[in-house]
Design a protein. Sequence first.
Length: 152
Amino acid sequence: MTQRVTLSVNGRAREEAVEDNLLLIDYLRERRGLTGTKRGCDGGECGACTVLVDGEPRLSCLTLAASCQGRAVETIESQNSRGTLSALQRAFHEKLGTQCGFCTPGMIMAAEALLRRNARPEEAEIREALGGNLCRCTGYVKIIEAVKEAVR
């Protein structure tokens, strides 16, 4: 079955019919063409698909699109402004917080949610906020340094 869903995606209002079982990651990637959200484990274990729903991090591979009725969804594509990197994106670039880059969108979105709640997090809070996001390349040191840099 399908249902009409009204939501905001990266600040733009959308209304469309979605299947009851359509995952948010599929809605974003296939219907909206927002491919920055990565499909990693498909089981909610890696965090590569992290987006913000009403400002809170959510795993889009475990979230039904229909459950976002009336909510605001933000993807990594919302982070730059007219081609200018956000402070977090710039910090990840400058502090070498990316290597292969696959986990980076989810890491940035999880860090963005943290910084909205707490503009001056301690390292332990950064580690906790990123705890659901896996990286196989960096060893996390550079990622944490990048978030610290964005705070400055």
